[in-house]
Design a protein around this ligand. Structure first.
Ligand SMILES: Nc1nc2c(c(=O)[nH]1)N[C@H]1C(S)=C(S)[C@@H](COP(=O)(O)O)O[C@H]1N2
Ligand SMILES: [Mo]
Length: 356
């Protein structure tokens, strides 16, 4: 293996992150709704200790009527349930070369759950966000150090984004209270955006007069070509499709083995920019493409199923690929688009299979 091979020389630090933050086992793409233990996980520091009895959400800053809401207060508010698919902005990072050192996701940092919560908008309207507020800041209970900077996990949204009807203060996942690892007692859900926006273990919601420039907003989650690039913030998810790996795997390489008979290749596709309009499948590594059939939509922010019948798998090795496009005109690239921190790499997935 050459040192430039992205598989070479994963560090112990990356291994520690990879064991804490697990991906979706790709066979779980079969479920319309991801069972909670199979949803991917990304926790920057530790899962914080939370005392549900004394926990409150502090709504303050540039508002007329600051609020302190208990979990019971939030649960008593109007509730909405929606299926929302989101993935980590670093999904695909481990395929880049040279590889940015962080959580080394291949393609599996995704999940699609039914989130129940109260629309943030109602809470903000009752608090009365002042006209001079430009952003709403969301602060988590978790605290740690990243690149030498000690911090709470904090992210902001512009007021208009925070006021979207579908942004939720969520307290249930798939009909159950949030699990500790997914943000108990309450988290933010920002449909369409990469995972970093969905702040877990919420402690404070603060209206700001100036744009937030904290670490997770302005240093992390920026698309940068080089160290000197001012960069572009990472926001919505580019389209991606993934397939349920067909056949059976080898334990170590996870290479797939298939019998020589017709089979259905199926998977899921999603985009944070709009609806999925097409998924194409290739059995020759992207030389030729054939359209897959799309399943019924499961809501504006949920992934869409797709399937394609492989009628005559010929013996030998094949590289199966799938490529999604959305109605905003985005399509998955066939070549990796490198960036300094390894975000938003939505290159088409390649699944090597051997037909026997
Ligand atoms: N408070 C807090 N919120 C957080 C994080 C975190 O470390 N702390 N990680 C973010 C990132 S980077 C992602 S990808 C998603 C992951 O959500 P999940 O673990 O529920 O899948 O949570 C986001 N919210
Ligand atoms: Mo993430």
């Amino acid at each position: 293996m050459s040192p430039l091979d992205p598989r070479a020389e994963f560090s112990h630090d990356e291994l520690q992150l990879a064991t804490r933050n697990h991906g979706l086992p790709l066979e779980a793409l079969r479920y319309d709704v991801t069972p909670p233990g199979l949803h991917y996980l990304l926790i920057h520091w530790d899962i914080p200790a939370v005392d549900p009895g004394s926990w409150t959400l502090e709504v303050g800053g540039e508002v007329e009527r600051p609020r302190s809401l208990s979990l019971a207060d939030i649960r008593a508010r109007p509730a909405v349930t929606s299926q929302v698919t989101f993935e980590c902005a670093g999904n695909g990072r481990a395929q880049l070369s040279p590889r940015p050192i962080s959580q080394p996701w291949l393609v599996e940092a995704v999940g699609s759950a039914e989130w129940t919560g109260t629309p943030l908008r109602g809470v903000l309207e009752e608090a009365g966000v002042r006209d001079d507020a430009v952003e709403i800041l969301f602060s988590g209970l978790d605290h740690g150090i990243e690149n030498g900077v000690e911090q709470d996990y904090e992210r902001s949204l512009e007021v208009a984004d925070a006021m979207r009807d579908d942004v939720l203060l969520a307290y249930e996942m798939n009909g159950q209270p949030l699990l500790p690892q997914h943000g108990y007692p309450a988290r933010l859900i920002v449909p369409g955006w990469y995972g970093m926006a969905h702040v877990k273990w919420l402690a404070r919601v603060t209206a700001l007069r100036e744009p937030f420039r904290g670490y997770q907003q302005s240093t992390a989650y920026m698309l940068l070509e080089s160290e000197n690039d001012p960069g572009v913030p990472v926001t919505r998810m580019l389209p991606r499709s993934l397939m349920v790996p067909p056949g059976m795997p080898d334990f170590m390489s996870r290479e797939r083995f298939l019998d020589r008979q017709p089979c259905v290749i199926e998977g899921r596709a999603w985009s944070g920019y709009g609806s999925i309009t097409s998924v194409d499948v290739s059995t020759d590594g992207g030389e030729t493409w054939d359209p897959a059939a799309l399943g019924p939509p499961m809501g504006p922010w949920a992934w869409r199923s797709w399937s394609w019948e492989w009628e005559v798998p010929s013996p030998g090795r094949h590289a199966l690929c799938s490529r999604a496009a959305d109605d905003a005109g985005n399509e998955q690239p066939t070549e990796v688009r490198w960036n300094l921190k390894g975000y938003a790499n939505n290159v088409v997935q390649r699944v090597p299979v051997t037909v026997r």
